[in-house]
Design a protein around this ligand. Structure first.
Ligand code: GDP
Length: 440
């Protein structure tokens, strides 16, 4: 995410490297580079100028601090200012009304339907809510199908009325349905529309007037840069939405949309989409995003994502199994699944400080686990529990079944066995201490 911008900012900071203090001259030069980096990232010109003027003023004003280097000082100022530019404080989705009505708006293909599903999933699993999805796109039957599929995946109910061509009616029916069933959040997905399409804008304005949503979230594709900002402005003028959702931040987005939207429409970014999976949604934390842009990593988000996926009770069970040397291939495949659920490998690794830049040009294959999974799945349940008893003839079958070869099967079983030994040792403190003592 935002690697190019990160690189350029890094280069801008180099101007200050080795300089004893911040001066009018070196700070002006750095700001010129930073402004260029921002413009390259497709940040709005006015925003970039106001931003660098601000940073410059702060840098010159705080130059009395002699304990930090100019580079460190500027990094800190930049971090605060970037966070401020993106809204400063995190603004959570408003769920204070029962049922909360959340209207989703945006252009075609922005990611509205995907986000609707992700939001329902987030509210269900993270906030303990009972959401109802409402299929309000009356123009594309495929959009209704898509919402139904997503709803099925996440186990959330969906209201559809395929016979109706009236989005206002459908939205109201959906709300009535939610009230009847005790569902406390209604997410209304709508058709994509252009801000210049008067008729379509009237239509969504009517949905707003009739349903009185407490949240109107404008969904926009971050890859579209400045266009995203312009569209946001046009939609906001018409709908006065309550928040922005930036999707597709997992692609090679330049960052302009994330950095400019708040200052242009003065509405907070509430969520970011980072992939096609239902779990690939993050609450937007301006502070963390700023640290990420500055290449300081985003350990907090990484830890949180891991916490969401790993259940403590399950972890304790695993510990017990490891201690008894009973950790088997079933457990192993379960762990692989959990890691995969956390999202795209490269994105996850990029959140570790210092790693993002290092792996920028490396292709990290999300399919690396595939042959391992195939091999494990080709084993019988008994074999998965007792990998050390798999006979040679069975290994040949497993290789065939998994489309791998015998050497790969042997290697995996051997590695797994070695791993188990090490894990067992480390789960027993006395044995671990003994092993450490034995080390040179
Ligand atoms: P809608 O027309 O606004 O409802 O857009 P969709 O929800 O159908 O999304 C359009 C396309 O973008 C689909 O192929 C989605 O899978 C994809 N998409 C949506 N959100 C994200 C995201 O955060 N990251 C990525 N990589 N793809 C996304």
């Amino acid at each position: 995410m935002f690697e190019n911008l990160q690189d350029k900012l890094d280069r801008a900071f180099k101007v200050l490297k080795g300089q004893g203090s911040i001066t009018e001259i070196n700070v002006a030069e750095t700001m010129k580079e930073i402004r260029k980096a921002l413009l390259d990232a497709d940040v709005n010109y006015k925003t970039a100028k106001a931003f660098t003027d601000d940073v410059k003023e702060k840098a010159l004003g705080q130059n009395v601090l002699t304990s930090v280097s100019p580079g460190q000082l500027l990094t800190k100022i930049m971090n605060d200012e970037l966070a401020g530019l993106m809204g400063g404080e995190v603004v959570e989705v408003n769920l204070s009304v029962n049922p909360s009505i959340i209207l989703i708006a945006g252009l075609n293909g922005a990611g509205k339907t995907t986000f609707s599903g992700k939001l329902a999933n987030y509210l269900k699993t993270r906030k303990g809510k009972k959401p109802l999805l409402v299929a309000g796109d009356v123009y594309r039957p495929a959009a209704i199908d898509q919402l139904e599929v997503l709803a099925g995946q996440i186990g959330v109910s969906v209201y559809t009325n395929r016979a109706s061509k009236d989005p206002v009616g459908i939205a109201l029916e959906g709300i009535a349905e939610a009230k009847k069933n005790g569902q406390n959040v209604v997410i209304i997905d709508t058709a994509g529309r252009l801000a210049i399409d008067e008729e379509m804008m009237n239509e969504i304005a009517q949905v707003k007037t009739s349903t009185k949503p407490n949240e109107i979230l404008f969904v926009v594709d971050a890859m579209t840069g400045q266009d995203a900002v312009n569209t946001a402005k046009a939609f906001n003028d018409r709908l006065d939405f309550t928040g922005v959702v930036l999707t597709k931040l997992d692609g090679d987005t330049r960052g302009g949309a994330a950095l400019s939207i708040k200052s242009v429409v003065n509405k907070p970014i509430k969520f970011i989409g980072t992939g096609e999976k239902m779990e690939a949604l993050d609450v937007f934390y301006p502070e963390r995003m700023a640290s990420r842009i500055l290449g300081m990593g985003d350990v907090v988000s990484l830890v949180e994502r891991a916490q969401q996926q790993f259940d403590e009770k399950e972890a304790a069970e695993l510990q017990k199994k490891i201690r008894k040397n009973k950790f088997d291939f079933n457990d192993f495949i379960g762990q692989i699944q959990q890691i995969k659920k956390m999202g795209n490998m490269k994105d996850l690794m990029g959140m570790i400080p210092g790693v993002g830049k290092a792996i920028k040009d490396i292709d990290i294959d999300d399919n690396a686990f595939k042959p391992i999974e195939a091999i494990i799945r080709s084993m019988t349940p008994y074999e998965r529990e007792n990998p050390d008893v798999i006979a040679q003839s069975r290994r040949v079958r497993i290789a065939k079944g998994s489309g791998t070869d015998i050497a790969e099967v042997n290697k995996l079983i051997k590695q797994f066995d070695d791993m188990r030994k090490v894990m067992k040792q480390f789960s027993n403190p006395a044995a671990a201490a003994k092993m450490m003592r034995g080390m040179p």
